[in-house]
Design a protein around this ligand. Structure first.
Ligand SMILES: NC(=O)C1=CN([C@@H]2O[C@H](COP(=O)(O)OP(=O)(O)OC[C@H]3O[C@@H](n4cnc5c(N)ncnc54)[C@H](OP(=O)(O)O)[C@@H]3O)[C@@H](O)[C@H]2O)C=CC1
Ligand SMILES: O=C(CO)COP(=O)(O)O
Length: 333
């Protein structure tokens, strides 16, 4: 993507799940849009082409007529903006699969919320490892795919190292009901998205175990403090945590039953153990252990995150976790 581009950029969204389909739909709703949704399975692309819907990902939602569908990596040729919208743990293999088909000038934006579990790498770092020379951005913030695709008002953040590029991305991807704010804090923006999922699981556990709304409010506030410490230790900006990608997304995910992370936590709180996610993607279940491990390496305290990781691993039960959290030494807020 060149710095002074005025014609509509060519956008390819890789990953035809709920979020990829929603982002492709809002981008394609604009006049002159050139947007392709790239699935890894031909049957998904074929169904979308035939019915104008991606029924499994976004049930009952009609997609814009201008949106193109493909399962051929060749669709990436000439793309100005490539959105990576597959799960965090799939980013490295997707970069390896599609990298050769992506042109050297394309800007790549991760839209996932997580860190690589095996290495603790941020997704922007991982993409820079696999796709050297590309400008790498991140899109995150409070927005459920179904809300975005239905045209309900949504605001999120897109971050790139250079504000001019972040602004270009925000302009290219925003629409009448989908507003993107540009930022240069890639670390803060993506860590907000990764860490709020763990805290949403914690809020779900509190709900499922019937511990009350006051406990949820305490968790949101203390969880935000954990996010701040982690972001600062990873050299992100302190202010970012108070914005859409931090507090905004934490509040949304910790309070809405649309959230898969919250629902997973509720089941944990009700049953006292992890019974799986029923096939749903629960990013926080991956992020909990890696965030706890990295926090320990960085020497920062993240008691809520550590408790969630231990509960998911079956090393701690909910009652003991609560006792431990409540009996920590009294400190200043
Ligand atoms: N859903 C939401 O409301 C939001 C989600 N996000 C984030 O977006 C990311 C994706 O979530 P979401 O869309 O909901 O997940 P879904 O489970 O709905 O979809 C994931 C999609 O990724 C595809 N996929 C998996 N691996 C690869 C790969 N290696 N290459 C290409 N495609 C692949 C899957 O394809 P297949 O069907 O073939 O398995 C599937 O279409 C997550 O990190 C999530 O946190 C962010 C904001 C909102
Ligand atoms: O990130 C999201 C909303 O901002 C989606 O949350 P879940 O993955 O918990 O459904």
């Amino acid at each position: 993507m060149s710095a002074n581009q005025t014609i509509a950029p060519k956008i390819v969204v890789v990953g035809a799940g709920a979020f990829g389909t929603a982002l492709a739909a809002v981008a394609a709703a604009k006049a002159n849009a050139d947007v392709t949704l790239l699935s890894r399975r031909e049957e998904v692309a074929a169904e979308c082409r035939l019915t104008g819907r991606n029924e499994k990902a976004l049930p009952g939602i009609a997609l814009p007529a201008r949106l193109a569908f493909s399962a051929d990596a060749a669709a990436l040729a000439g793309a100005d903006i490539v959105l990576f919208a597959m799960p965090s743990q799939e980013h490295r293999s997707a970069a390896q699969t599609y990298g050769a088909a992506i042109g050297a000038d394309a800007m790549i934006v991760t839209c996932a919320k997580g860190m690589e579990q095996s290495t603790g790498r941020l997704l922007t770092e991982l993409l820079a490892d696999e796709l050297p020379g590309h400008r790498i951005g991140v899109l995150s913030g409070p927005g459920f795919a179904a809300d975005i695709a239905k045209g309900l008002p949504t605001a999120m953040v897109v971050a790139a190292p250079d504000m001019a590029v972040a602004t270009q991305l925000a302009e290219a991807l925003s629409g009448p009901t989908f507003r993107l704010y540009p930022s240069t804090d890639r670390i803060g923006v993506q860590l907000g998205g990764a860490l709020k999922n763990v805290l949403a699981i914690a809020c779900g556990i509190v709900e499922g175990a019937g511990l009350g709304d006051s406990a949820r409010a305490a968790l949101i506030s203390r969880g935000l403090a954990e996010m701040s410490r982690f972001i600062a230790a990873r050299s992100g900006e302190a202010d970012t945590v108070r914005g859409l990608s931090g507090l905004g997304d934490l509040v949304l995910t910790a309070t809405s039953h649309q959230s898969r992370n919250l629902r997973f936590g509720i089941a944990l709180g009700e049953n006292g153990r992890a019974d799986g996610s029923g096939g749903e993607l629960v990013e926080g279940a991956f992020a909990a252990s890696v965030a706890a491990r990295v926090a320990q390496d960085l020497g920062i305290e993240m008691p809520v995150t550590e408790a969630v990781a231990a509960i998911i691993d079956g090393r701690l039960d909910v009652r003991t976790a609560l006792e431990q959290l409540m009996s920590r030494p009294i400190t200043q807020e």
